[in-house]
Design a protein around this ligand. Structure first.
Ligand SMILES: [Zn+2]
Length: 417
């Protein structure tokens, strides 16, 4: 008699659920948005996860993003497309903390990931799952970092990629896309204008539209930021997590990850207060928060040196606002001068050269301590989304980034000085 071999699933993905109308969808079929226009979110059989694994099991695994595979959407280990997405460090910032009046400040430093930004997390899960579901060509709009990451993961997966960026996007990201074999199309205007081009490519030529939240699996990679923070604090949550917000997927993912850990009973009921940080020149989510609204309007005349968060309208804005309201968090903005000053401060005091978007989150600290929203004893974690070297030509490009939207004519990629 042959013994029955019982294998445990790699993923406990159960179905997709609409974030708007709660409709359910088969997770093993490709989906875009729900018919109601809202993003779909991945759901897991958390009871089964609880039986299958535990924080103790996870501790013994390789220190990378895939250590949480039960809570990730890729069905088979052999489908994983990876460069080795190592856990990123939680770095104490004693001197910067002292300068802003916080005794317990640390930074989740995402610059150590492949392609040097947090976008690698979403690309790792998004590309792996897309390939597993039979996708051969991926198109996406990007302000730079996501395009660079997805182009690299697509190359590794052996599938084609097409990236559409505003012409003002950092040239280093443009070059990364081209180097990875992506087709790069530059548009005048904003990431939303790039998104329109991608929607056309998807409708006309069958490219899979991997725009932010139009596919459900990018956010699953981003949620591992929260899983790692919690694990690094010995399965405890900090008081506050600050994160820069453009499209908002990191905050949406962090909140989703925390809810799943809570449902598993791996953390207590208390959640950290989540703070979305935007630039004053492009702050649609902050404006909505200040008005107590649950959705955000388009921001006209968007302009900031922190190009990654120059997103005038985000499909996921209401999910970001939900996360902020549900955790008694807030949304705040900082100006470009403050962003540059805090990028310099962090490098000088701590030796960390962070990207401008990460610097924006650090720059939000002084106003929150001044107002008393943050207490000196609060345990605060700031997410730095990438390396300082991912943003080039700060001054010169900024002028061009102010160009108004004006069509989608392909421009030649710009190749450095
Ligand atoms: Zn729906």
């Amino acid at each position: 008699v042959q013994a029955e071999v019982k294998t445990t699933p790699y993923s406990y993905l159960s179905h997709l659920q609409c974030s708007g109308c709660s409709a359910s969808f088969d997770a093993d079929v490709l989906h875009g948005l729900c018919a109601c226009g809202s993003p779909l979110l991945a759901r897991y059989d958390l009871d089964a996860v609880q039986t299958a694994t535990s924080p103790t099991d996870i501790r013994a695994r390789r220190p990378d993003l895939w250590r949480y595979h039960e809570l990730l959407p890729v069905r088979k280990a052999e489908s994983v497309v990876t460069f080795g997405e190592s856990m990123t460090p939680l770095i104490p910032l004693a001197r910067v903390g002292e300068s802003v009046g916080l005794r317990n400040l640390s930074m989740k430093d995402e610059s150590a990931l492949p392609t040097a930004t947090f976008k690698a997390r979403g690309a790792a899960t998004g590309v792996s799952r897309a390939r597993e579901l039979g996708v051969h060509k991926i198109a996406m709009p990007s302000n730079g970092n996501a395009g660079a990451a997805w182009a690299a993961y697509a190359a590794r997966a052996g599938i084609a990629s097409y990236v559409v960026m505003p012409s003002g996007a950092p040239r280093v990201a443009q070059r990364e896309c081209v180097a990875a074999g992506a087709e790069l199309h530059l548009v005048r205007g904003f990431i939303n204008d790039a998104g329109t081009v991608v929607a056309g490519l998807a409708a006309r030529d069958g490219w899979f539209d991997a725009s932010t939240l139009k596919e459900p699996y990018r956010v699953e990679g981003k949620k591992t930021i929260a899983l790692e923070i919690v694990e690094q604090l010995s399965w405890r949550v900090p008081d506050v997590i600050l994160c820069p917000a453009g499209g908002g997927v990191a905050i949406i993912g962090i909140y989703k990850g925390l809810l799943e850990l809570q449902a598993l009973g791996w953390i207590s009921r208390r959640l950290p207060r989540l703070v979305a940080v935007q630039a004053q020149g492009c702050a649609p989510i902050v404006r909505a928060f200040e008005l107590g609204q649950h959705s955000a309007e388009n921001w006209t005349g968007a302009a900031t040196i922190a190009f990654g968060i120059n997103v005038p309208w985000a499909l996921g804005a209401s999910l970001v606002l939900d996360a902020v309201y549900a955790t008694s968090g807030c949304a705040v903005s900082v100006n470009d001068r403050e962003i540059l000053a805090h990028q310099a401060l962090l490098a000088r005091l701590e030796g960390c050269f962070v990207c401008l978007e990460g610097a924006a989150a650090i720059a939000a600290l002084p106003q929150l301590t001044r107002s008393g929203w943050l207490g000196a004893a609060d345990e605060v974690v700031v997410v730095n989304t990438g390396a300082g070297l991912t943003g080039d030509d700060l001054g010169s490009q900024n002028k061009r980034r102010r160009a108004p939207p004006g069509g989608d004519q392909p421009l030649d990629p710009v190749w450095g000085e």
